[in-house]
Ligand binder design. Structure first.
Ligand code: BES
Ligand code: MN
Ligand code: ZN
Length: 495
C-alpha cells in the first residue's frame, strides 16, 4: 500500500518514539548518532548479535533499549561512505523504506557523520521516495497485513547543515515527481488512459509554466501526418499530438527536443499479437510517459534551458477501418512507406512526430524514446536501453548520463547495410526489415526522418516496464528515461 511521504531536514530532530535510522560504516558500524539513542550502552551487543558490520546496503532492525528515546533503531550500512556515488546514496535511501513497517515517524540521523554531504542526504531522500512509490489506485481493499498500509509518513533527516540539504533536495523533489508521473502514466490501464486522456495529463503541466498545445486528428490531417494517422485508423478513440514547451533558457537559444512514442495500447492491429502477455501493451506509451515526466521535472526545477517535448498518442487496434499489410502511406516528410506488419506501428507514429519537430522547432538535438521492439530485449535484456545515434558526442553524453543515473544505455550500430534491409518493392521503404536485427532496422527507419539534426533513439522496451525490481523501484513501470535525460540536460546544456 502506498505511503504519502513528507520529507524534511532539520538540524535538531527531536526523537520521541517511532523509528530512528542511523548509518553504519565498516570503520564504525555503530556511529555516534546511533549511540546517542542508547544511553545505557546496549547497542553494540545487539548490533553484533544481528551480524551487522556496516557493509554497504546491509541493514539491521533493532528493538530499542528500554531507556532509549526511540522505539526502534535501524542501521543501514554505508560501507565506506566517503567513496559512495549519488546513485549508491539513493539506494541507501531506498533500503530505508523496507525498515519503515508500521512506523508513523522516521528520523534519519546524519548529524555527526561528515561523510554525508547535503547532496548525499538529498540523494537518500530521493531514493527513499522512489522506492516508496506504488500504484494502487484500483485496489479497493487496503490489506491489514500489508506492512506499509496506506497512510502518511513523516521522514526527518537530521543533518548539521539542514538548509543546504533542503536546497539540494528541491531539485530532487522535482525528479521524484517527474518519475512518479511517468510511472503513473505507464501503470494506468488503457481503458482509463486513451490518447485524449493522456493529452489532458500533459496539459496539466501548464500549472508549472509549460506551454502545452494539443493537435487534433483534423489538424494532423492538415499537416499530412498519414503515417501516424494510419496507426490510429482501427481505433474508435481519436489520436492526439501533444507539444510541450519549456522556455527556461535565453529566448533565441535553439531548444533541445524530446519525442516519445505514445501508443496507449498496442494490439498489433491486423497483424494481431498473441494473447499471452498482451496486457503489457498498456505500457506501450512508455516513451511518451518519459518525455512527459521529464518536462515535469525540468519545469519544476526551473531548468535553465529551452526544451520541446512532443508525444504522438494513438491506439493500435484491429478493426474494419484499420490499416492493412500492403497498404502504402505517405508520411509528413513526403517519403512513402509500405506497411508490411501493422504491429511495427511505433516507428510510424514517431516518423511524423520527428518530422514535425524538426520543421517547426529546428532543435539543437533531438532524442526520441520508444518501447519500439521486442528484439531489443533479445539483444540487451532489461538492464540497458538500446541507443542509436548519428552523433558520437551526443551518444557519449547519453552513455555518461546513463552511468551516473544507472539508467544505462548501450549503443548499437547504424549502417547502410542495415538501411538497405528496409527498402521496399513498392514504396520508398517498408516498415519492417525481416527477422534479423529488428531493433537496428527499426532505428534505420527512424534515421530516414531526421536529416542532419544530431539525433539519438532510445529503445526502452526492456527497461520502461516489467524490469526487475531494484532498491529504488518496486513498481511495474520504472519511469526509465526521466532521470537519464534530466542528468543529460543538467550536465551538458544548462550553462
Ligand atoms: N510495442 C511493441 C514492442 C514491444 C514488445 C515493447 C514487447 C515492449 C514489450 C512494438 O510495437 C512491436 O510490436 N514491435 C514488433 C516489431 C515487428 C513487428 C517488426 C516486435 O518487436 O515484435
Ligand atoms: Mn507493435
Ligand atoms: Zn508498439
Amino acid at each position: 500500500m502506498s505511503m504519502s511521504i513528507e520529507i524534511s531536514f532539520s538540524k535538531t530532530a527531536k526523537v520521541s518514539g517511532g523509528l530512528v535510522v542511523a548509518l553504519g560504516s565498516l570503520a564504525e558500524p555503530v556511529s555516534a548518532s546511533a549511540r546517542s539513542m542508547d544511553p545505557a550502552g546496549q547497542l553494540d551487543k545487539a548490533v553484533k548479535v544481528a551480524g551487522f558490520t556496516g557493509k554497504l546496503f546491509s541493514t539491521a532492525d533493532i528493538i530499542a533499549p528500554v531507556d532509549a528515546p526511540a522505539d526502534r533503531i535501524a542501521l543501514v550500512g554505508a560501507g565506506e561512505p566517503g567513496k559512495l556515488t549519488a546513485h549508491e546514496w539513493m539506494r541507501i535511501g531506498g533500503k530505508m523504506v523496507a525498515l519503515i513497517r508500521k512506523a508513523e515517524k522516521m528520523v534519519v540521523l546524519l548529524g555527526d557523520d561528515t561523510a554525508v554531504s547535503p547532496e548525499a542526504a538529498a540523494d537518500m531522500a530521493l531514493g527513499l521516495l522512489m522506492r516508496a512509490y506504488s500504484f494502487d489506485l484500483y485496489k479497493t481493499k487496503k490489506s491489514e497485513d500489508d506492512e506499509n498500509g496506506a497512510r502518511k509518513l513523516a521522514v526527518v533527516f537530521q543533518h548539521e547543515d539542514a538548509a543546504a540539504c533542503k536546497k539540494a533536495f528541491a531539485s530532487r523533489q522535482a525528479v521524484a515527481d517527474g518519475v512518479k508521473l511517468a510511472r503513473d502514466l505507464v501503470n494506468e490501464p488503457a481503458n482509463v488512459l486513451g490518447p485524449v486522456e493522456f493529452a489532458a495529463r500533459a496539459k496539466e503541466l501548464e500549472a508549472l509554466g509549460v506551454e502545452v498545445e494539443i493537435l487534433t486528428e483534423k489538424e494532423m490531417k492538415k499537416l499530412k501526418m498519414e503515417a501516424l494517422l494510419g496507426v490510429s485508423l482501427g481505433s474508435v478513440r481519436p489520436p492526439r499530438l501533444a507539444i510541450m514547451k519549456w522556455q527556461g533558457g535565453k529566448p533565441k537559444d535553439k531548444p533541445l527536443a524530446f519525442v516519445g512514442k505514445g501508443v496507449v495500447f498496442d494490439t498489433g492491429g491486423i497483424s494481431i499479437k498473441p494473447a499471452a502477455g498482451m496486457e503489457d501493451m498498456k505500457g506501450d506509451m512508455g516513451g511518451a510517459a518519459a518525455v512527459t515526466g521529464l518536462m515535469h521535472t525540468l519545469a519544476a526545477r526551473k531548468a535553465k534551458v529551452n526544451v520541446i517535448g512532443i508525444i504522438g498518442l494513438v491506439e493500435n487496434m484491429p478493426d474494419g477501418a484499420a490499416q492493412r499489410p500492403g497498404d502504402i502511406v505517405r508520411s509528413m516528410s513526403g517519403q512513402t512507406i509500405e506497411i508490411i506488419n501493422t504491429d511495427a506501428e511505433g516507428r510510424l507514429v514517431l516518423c511524423d512526430a520527428l518530422t514535425y519537430c524538426q520543421d517547426r522547432f529546428k532543435p539543437e538535438i533531438m532524442i526520441n524514446l520508444a518501447t519500439l521492439t521486442g528484439a531489443v530485449m533479445v539483444a540487451l535484456g532489461q538492464h540497458h536501453a538500446g541507443l542509436f545515434s548519428n552523433d558520437d558526442k551526443l551518444s557519449e553524453a547519453l552513455s555518461k548520463a546513463g552511468e551516473v543515473t544507472q539508467e544505462r544505455v548501450w549503443r548499437l550500430p547504424l549502417d547502410p547495410a542495415y538501411d538497405k534491409m528496409i527498402d521496399s518493392k513498392f514504396a520508398d521503404m517498408k516498415n519492417t526489415g525481416g527477422r534479423y536485427a529488428g531493433s537496428i532496422t527499426a532505428a534505420q527507419f527512424l534515421k530516414r526522418f531526421v536529416g542532419d539534426t544530431p539525433w539519438a533513439h532510445l529503445d526502452i522496451a526492456g527497461t520502461a516496464m516489467g524490469s526487475p525490481s531494484t532498491d529504488i523501484n518496486q513498481s511495474w513501470a520504472s519511469g526509465f528515461g526521466v532521470r537519464l535525460l534530466d542528468e543529460l540536460v543538467r550536465a551538458n546544456y544548462e550553462g
